[in-house]
Design a protein around this ligand. Structure first.
Ligand code: NAD
Length: 541
């Protein structure tokens, strides 16, 4: 019940703390890290009826120290998934009746909890469980998560304010109803903020959510659920089930009340889920909304007029931050022959200056990759590159998993612009360079456009404005997020809404009003004040 129209504060991006030596925030996060490292957390299922610990558990270990166990998480059986859905549908009865200002206040409170008392906890959890260095943890788990919650709250209020024109003697209004049924959120390992946002954005619009987090983000999944609870989210509005993704998804997607999928992860998994939904389309009560943000093979295209240091820095940061485990990481690079050598020399010098190790040592730029199968996959591509006559390994090219899953940042140079690492998403610290003749600028743009199935991010670097204009036009469908004179990663909520097309996803732009509109089903209400009592129109005499 609402007795007013309410204005929210205009959101501003959460300031990033620096964690300089001697700073209080550095001490706090390192203290939290040490405590978590020595504790043993137990992550339950959240089925909407308190915490449920199952008999089958899996260990949680830091990727940079994989022999050390920091906790376990519960593995769901089929009955738990059915229970989560039933309890979510039960919770829906009250949740849909809560007035929007109260619903949104829960998420604004969650944002302030993350910004304040939970900041060091969620950052330390992201460093420990997902091997992010402190800067990567801060911009993800603290700042981006807070931004998602605050900006989405403002977008939600704008959506509720969008109303049709009034008519004479008629009151027209639109209700932005939540979807009828329950929604399903399937999230990746690589961003704590994405995991939280995929659930929160749907719940904020009045939906109930069954959440299946990644097996490799379970440590911070629990922290997110703790924050939602402390913020006042009623039980059952977001339920969380972990375990076999096929089994969980099969049960969820077979339910007649399944109303929407909010997915972020690999293209292959998204396509599989979409097919399952399509194959069962007759049995749903409504047409499910499907939103998926998936893989990328993101490019940097340098023009002969580009500044050498700008290109080298964009590749260094764009390819290797968080070990290249960002969907937006630069992984295929096109350099003009005339300036390729100084750019490559600078890049190799940068890469060779990186140190690698545990995020607890804050001097490291690079830590471990997420798990053994990612490590093994990257190692096999590096081995093949060493053997291939079309490729030179310019930096890195080594790996070691004895203590953590460490892959040294690797720079490959290929003479084949369609070499496998120019086309395939590796999701690790490997970047491949192709050098093109300067006079083939236009042909190279065609190459960039046609080399990969993806269309997520890309950057053009040039001083020549004609070249920038040409690339912007030519590559119009090659990237959903297109950068000029910058790296192709590091989107900020509210400033660069994020998403790609082609095989990279439905491009519904996380952290924007467009995304929230996917989670509502508008109802138009026309109320006539003095209705006619005779069917005859005036022209009928
Ligand atoms: P993933 O596809 O392996 O896993 C994502 C989620 O899907 C996890 O929760 C996983 O358990 C689940 N899953 C896996 N197999 C499944 C199946 N058969 N059925 C149902 N669910 C299944 O991805 P990941 O390794 O966690 O994350 C990396 C991928 O995510 C990369 O491809 C990256 O590009 C993409 N990503 C995209 C964006 C974006 O905004 N476009 C953002 C982050 C990550």
């Amino acid at each position: 019940m609402s007795f007013g129209f309410f204005n929210l504060e205009t959101p501003v991006n959460e300031p990033t703390l620096e964690y300089k030596p001697g700073s209080p925030e550095r001490k706090k996060v390192l203290d939290a890290y040490k405590k978590m490292y020595n504790d043993h957390v137990q992550v339950p299922l959240y089925l909407g009826e308190g915490e449920v610990f199952t008999s089958e558990r899996k260990d949680i270990s830091p990727p940079h120290d994989h022999k050390h166990v920091i906790g376990t998480y519960s593995i769901a059986e089929e009955k738990h998934v059915h229970k989560a859905i039933a309890n979510a549908l039960e919770a829906r009865k009250k949740w849909v009746t809560m007035s929007w200002e109260h619903r949104i206040s829960i998420f604004l409170k969650a944002a302030d909890l993350i910004s304040g008392p939970y900041r060091s906890i969620i950052n330390a959890g992201t460093m420990l469980g997902q091997s992010k260095n402190i800067f990567q943890a801060e911009i993800d788990a603290a700042c981006e998560f807070v931004d998602f919650l605050k900006f989405n709250a403002a977008f939600a209020s704008d959506i509720y304010n969008q109303q049709p024109a009034p008519g004479h003697g008629v009151f027209n209004r639109i209700e932005h109803r939540p979807l009828e049924g329950f929604t399903y959120s399937v999230t990746p390992f690589n961003f704590t903020a994405i995991a939280g946002n995929l659930c929160a954005s749907m719940a904020m619009m009045g939906n109930v959510v069954v959440w299946k987090p990644s097996d490799h983000q379970m440590y911070t999944a629990k922290i997110i659920m703790d924050i939602f609870k402390e913020a006042g989210l009623p039980d059952g509005v977001v339920t969380m089930v972990s375990g076999d993704p096929e089994m969980i998804s099969d049960i969820v997607l077979s339910h007649p009340d399944f109303a929407g999928l909010h997915f972020t992860g690999s293209t292959f998994v998204f396509q599989k889920l979409w097919k399952k939904i399509g194959n069962q389309i007759e049995q749903y009560r409504t047409y499910p909304r499907i939103v998926g943000e998936t893989g990328g093979k993101d490019f940097i295209l340098a023009h002969p007029s580009a500044n050498i240091e700008v290109v080298a820095t964009a590749i260094t940061r764009g390819a290797f931050e968080y070990q290249g485990q960002k969907c937006s990481a630069a992984s295929r690079i096109y350099l003009p022959e005339s300036i390729a050598k100084p750019i490559i020399d600078k890049l190799v010098e940068n890469v060779e200056s990186f140190t690698i190790g545990s995020p607890e040592d804050m001097s490291h730029f690079i830590t471990a990759v997420i798990h053994e199968s990612s490590f093994d996959k990257l190692a096999s591509y590096i081995d093949a590159a060493h053997e291939d006559s079309e490729v030179k390994v310019l930096a890195g090219g080594t790996y070691d998993k004895s203590e953590g899953y460490f892959v040294s940042p690797t720079v490959l140079l290929t003479t084949n612009p369609k070499y496998t690492t120019m086309e395939t998403e590796l999701f690790g610290p490997v970047v491949t360079i192709y050098v093109y003749p300067d006079e083939e600028w236009v042909a190279t743009m065609a190459l960039v456009d046609s080399t990969s199935i993806y269309g997520l991010t890309g950057a053009v670097i040039a001083q020549d404005r004609m070249a920038i204009e040409e690339a912007s036009r030519y590559l119009v469908n090659a990237a959903g997020n297109f950068y000029i004179n910058d790296k192709p990663s590091g989107a900020v909520v509210g400033q660069q809404p994020f998403g790609g097309a082609r095989a990279s996803g439905t491009n519904d732009k996380a952290g924007s009003m467009q995304n929230l509109l996917r989670w509502v089903s508008p109802r138009l209400i026309k109320e006539t004040m003095v209705p006619p009592k005779n069917y005859r129109y005036p022209h009928m005499g």
